[in-house]
Design a protein around this ligand. Structure first.
Ligand code: IMP
Length: 197
């Protein structure tokens, strides 16, 4: 069965294929099918945003569509930036600008607990939806460390490992990350669903 990934990002496709290959499904990027819909992510939860994206691409392609949505939730900021993670601090900032803005907002904060979260939604043309979630707990470091990864990786510190996400190899990060966990959970849900159909 062919699935379309609601994304233009070849990196995300590679990650998805690596996990879903074992389930025996084919996944292609929406851009490979010439689908250019870009949905406004105006949901109030990661799950809602993932569903909005999957629904739109399913409708445009006529194929089952998979979408994911992730973000960072910081306890001392009442869960912010949450669904605004990608645009935290305003449109003009780059990754470094965004995590510096976060460090500034947490200056002097005792409680630095935070977690990354990922929601995955898969919508079939007949309206069925499969979902999966992943979560990775950590703390926001006082200063950035490490040069791998992207986004907030240099300031997301894992006390159990004594390292930030940006100090892990891609394999090490994938083994514990919110996205890695959500992908593996999704592969399991999809496998069970397809076996039961
Ligand atoms: P997306 O939904 O996967 O595009 O993630 C939204 C935003 O969350 C990204 O633009 C990043 O700023 C942030 N983000 C998501 N996952 C990670 C991660 O693994 N490390 C660092 N930042 C992340």
């Amino acid at each position: 069965m062919k699935f379309v990934l609601a994304s233009h990002n070849p990196g995300k496709l590679k990650e998805m294929q690596a996990v879903l290959g074992a389930v025996g499904v084919e996944v292609v990027l929406q851009s490979e099918l010439g689908i250019s819909v870009d949905v406004e992510e105006n949901g109030t939860t990661f799950a809602e945003n993932a569903r909005l994206k999957a629904e739109a691409v399913c409708k445009a392609s006529g194929l089952p569509a998979i979408a994911d949505d992730s973000g960072l939730c910081v306890d001392a900021l009442d869960g912010a930036p949450g669904v605004y993670t990608a645009r935290y601090g305003g449109e003009g900032l780059d990754d470094q600008g965004r995590y510096r803005f976060l460090l500034e907002n947490l200056k002097g904060a005792e409680n630095r607990a935070a977690h990354f979260q990922t929601a995955i939604s898969c919508i079939f043309p007949d309206g069925r939806e499969l979902t999966a979630q992943g979560r990775c707990d950590g703390v926001i470091a006082k200063a950035p460390a490490g040069s791998d990864g992207f986004g907030y990786d240099p300031v997301f510190f894992l006390p159990a490992l004594g390292k930030t996400f940006a100090q892990l190899t891609a394999e090490e990060k994938n083994a514990i990350s919110h996205r890695g966990q959500a992908l593996r959970a999704f592969a399991q849900v999809l496998k069970e669903h397809l076996e039961g159909v």
